[in-house]
Design a protein around this ligand. Structure first.
Ligand code: FAD
Ligand code: FES
Length: 273
């Protein structure tokens, strides 16, 4: 199946700096027919290549309810992302995907939804949040809890404000360390739970962020009465092929790139047994 490993060519349409080292790219396949055929779920990811440099996985940060292109939000941290940041709109990239399982949007219909993100964990949840807001009448109340190290590290600042203005959407933001001018919460993400009305019986919770943040958030959600099946997260590993062929991402019998990266906490617990 050569198409699994063969990148398509995409063009950078626009780029927007979120923080000094995080940038959101809008991309479109060079072939319009291919762009039209491309479909995906929130929580899936792309293998993105900078020609002559290499390839790495990045979550789809846009919503499938908004066709015509895709968005990824990238933190600059090494060889590939340095090369990506050196490109400008109009430049061409390689794209493979969508890879992975993604979130089960249909299973979320009819539920209240709680999104908990830390740092660069917000992009995959942003995809699901816009999907849900674009099909608003099919979901219950929405709670979005987001934390970053400092105010300067918060991504999607305009969208956080826009989400907050929507009916039946509650947004709370915190930072680990404040800064001059910051009047919001200071503290780790779990401190936000006491600021909102959590309803474990009717809610699904989606948690993305650094592993240490996920660990404490999940523990807290379970202690507050969420069933392990109703807490959904993403597992990250170093990946190469992204399609279950190279063995780089195995955990037990799972290829996280193909069978994951999205699992509920019951499945994650069973994986480590
Ligand atoms: C499924 C998946 C989705 C991802 N989505 C995003 C995204 O939306 N936005 C984003 O900015 N990044 C995302 N990443 C991480 C991204 O793929 C890596 O940061 C990328 O490899 C960086 O490439 P580089 O050559 O610039 O840096 P490298 O030189 O490869 O790495 C820089 C540093 O990051 C570490 N690193 C690289 N990959 C990972 C990983 N998977 N887990 C932990 N540490 C790692 C390396 O050990 C090194 O210390 C995702 C990773 C996975 C597996
Ligand atoms: S990254 Fe190759 S098998 Fe998962």
């Amino acid at each position: 199946m050569p198409e699994l490993l063969l990148p398509s060519v995409a063009t950078i349409l626009t780029q927007r700096d979120e923080t000094p080292d995080v940038r959101t790219y809008a991309l479109r396949f060079r072939d319009f027919a291919e762009q039209g055929r491309f479909s995906y779920r929130p929580g899936q990811f792309l293998e993105l290549s900078v020609f002559g440099t290499g390839e790495a996985p990045f979550c789809l940060a846009s919503s499938p309810t908004r066709p015509g292109g895709v968005e990824v939000t990238v933190r600059k941290c090494g060889r590939l992302t340095d090369a990506l940041f050196a490109l400008a709109p109009g430049a061409e990239l390689g794209l493979r995907g969508p890879c992975g399982n993604g979130f089960d949007v249909d299973a979320a219909r009819g539920h209240d939804l709680v999104f908990v993100a830390g740092g660069i964990g917000l992009p995959p949840l942003r995809s699901l949040i816009w999907n849900v807001l674009d099909e608003r009448d099919q979901f219950g109340d929405i709670t979005i809890l987001y934390g970053a190290r400092t105010p300067a590290d918060l991504v999607y600042k305009d969208e956080l404000r826009e989400w907050e203005r929507r009916d039946h959407v509650t947004v709370r933001v915190t930072v680990d360390r404040g800064a001059p001018g910051w009047e919001g919460s200071v503290g780790m993400v779990p401190t936000l739970f006491d600021q909102v009305d959590l309803r474990p019986d009717t809610s699904l919770a989606y948690v993305c962020g650094p592993p240490i943040m996920i660990k404490f958030v999940v523990k807290d959600l379970l202690a507050r009465g969420f069933a392990a099946e109703h807490v959904i997260s993403t597992l990250e590993r170093m990946m190469q092929c992204g399609v279950g062929k190279c063995n780089h991402c195995c955990v037990g019998h799972h290829y996280l790139c193909r069978d994951g990266p999205v699992y509920n906490v019951r499945e994650i617990e069973e994986m480590w047994e």
